[in-house]
Design a protein around this ligand. Structure first.
Ligand code: GAL
Length: 384
């Protein structure tokens, strides 16, 4: 009898905990004690209690609020059915759903026709025009990942709706600033390089084999991010040349196009998922390797001039699962407003079996005694 009472009590305690748990699900991860916090890898819910669906995302801060843009992914399948989602928050924990910032088109043959693939949206604010400009990676409907286009959209207000402007490859007919005339003049016989990963092929990639192949139609642009420098100049950073080489291209003053000034970095380095920040005049970029939805070891790249020389440093992640970026792939680095020199590393833990269930990993960036950034797993933390 006594035993049964005890059992019953236990059941009640569990039920009560369940209810408590259920109703206290907040912006960032599960909150068991009513206190907010970022718990990477958990299901994150918006203020309506719906799962946050904003993958491969990026954030901006505008007039006291953060706006988070990301891919709205379906529960099954890989193509875009709705568009780019937007959420807003003042504390990075309670997220209000703002709706679809840029929706797919119902028009047949439209660049962003339903069934296209919209990935890694990033938004920047243009001080000169007062407009919000979104760039994202676009693949046309039914074409797999072949088109490799960059697409741009514009809005008068941060949450949108954004108006699609155009999509295409980048800087057609233009050589990068850091390619000498000797390399520009090489006449490649493409039939000699059908086999990938041979030493000859690597050397040809470094010298611009694929850049030259794509010269006429423009450079491929897949995983991407945007960056606005202190002088207001905007940059588009993207995996190009069949994901083998990163390119950094200057944007026009209105951020709606490219100026033709660009560089290639780490040719053949296979960098994806670029995320960038600047601290004390130094640029830091975190990228991933190229293993699709599977996590791999992050890379840390640095430069003192954005269109200058970049060098590579060891993996910035430390501790358990650091060799797999804690199960994630970089997407954005957010400077925390009102907190000097504090940055958040944001990554996606992809679940290809159901992409909408992919999780978010947001971790604070720390700096060692030499000022070099590193990232450790933190079970739970508060940005504010
Ligand atoms: C990843 C990339 C993602 C998505 C995926 C498709 O490597 O970072 O954004 O494109 O491949 O397989």
């Amino acid at each position: 009898m006594l035993k049964q009472d005890y059992k019953k009590r236990l059941v009640y305690i569990f039920l009560a905990l369940g209810v408590l748990f259920g109703i206290s699900v907040q912006g960032c991860g599960l909150v068991a004690d009513g206190d907010k916090g970022i718990i990477s890898g958990e299901v994150w819910r918006d203020m309506n209690g719906d799962t946050i669906n904003a993958h491969g995302g990026g954030l901006i801060f505008h007039e006291g609020k953060y706006y988070w843009f990301g891919e709205n992914r379906p529960a099954s399948g890989f193509v875009t059915e709705k568009g780019i989602n937007c959420y807003s928050s003042v504390d990075l924990c309670d997220w209000k759903y703002e709706g679809i910032a840029l929706g797919v088109s119902g028009e047949e043959g439209h660049d962003i026709e339903k069934g296209c693939i919209m990935e890694r949206p990033k938004v920047i604010y243009n001080e000169k025009t007062g407009k919000f400009v979104m760039w994202f990676h676009l693949e046309l409907k039914g074409k797999g990942y072949e088109p490799a286009r960059a697409a741009v959209a514009i809005s008068d207000s941060p949450a949108g709706p954004y108006r699609f402007i155009r999509s295409g490859r980048v800087n057609p007919g233009i050589y990068p600033l850091n390619m000498g005339t000797e390399e520009q003049e090489i006449e490649w016989d493409f039939s000699e390089y059908k086999e990938w990963w041979t030493p000859e092929w690597y050397s040809a990639i470094e010298k611009g084999l694929f850049l030259k192949r794509d010269m006429e139609g423009g450079q491929m642009s897949r995983d991407m991010t945007l960056f606005v420098d202190d002088d207001g100049k905007g940059y588009h950073i993207y995996s190009s040349e069949d994901n083998l080489t990163l390119q950094i291209a200057e944007l026009s003053d209105d951020y709606l196009g490219h100026t033709g000034r660009y560089i290639r970095i780490f040719p053949g380095g296979h960098n994806e998922a670029p995320a960038i920040f600047k601290k004390d005049g130094t640029y830091w970029m975190i990228t991933s390797g190229c293993t699709g939805w599977e996590p791999n070891k992050a890379r840390l790249l640095t430069a003192t001039s954005i269109l200058g020389e970049w060098k590579q440093l060891p993996n910035p992640c430390v501790g358990e699962k650091a060799d797999k970026t804690f199960g994630g792939q970089s997407t954005y680095i957010l400077p925390l407003q009102g907190k000097e020199d504090r940055f958040v590393f944001m990554a996606d833990s992809w679940r290809p079996e159901s992409l909408s269930d992919s999780r978010y990993i947001w971790l604070p960036i720390q700096f060692n005694e030499k000022g070099i950034p590193f990232i450790e797993w933190v079970d739970r933390w508060k940005p504010y």
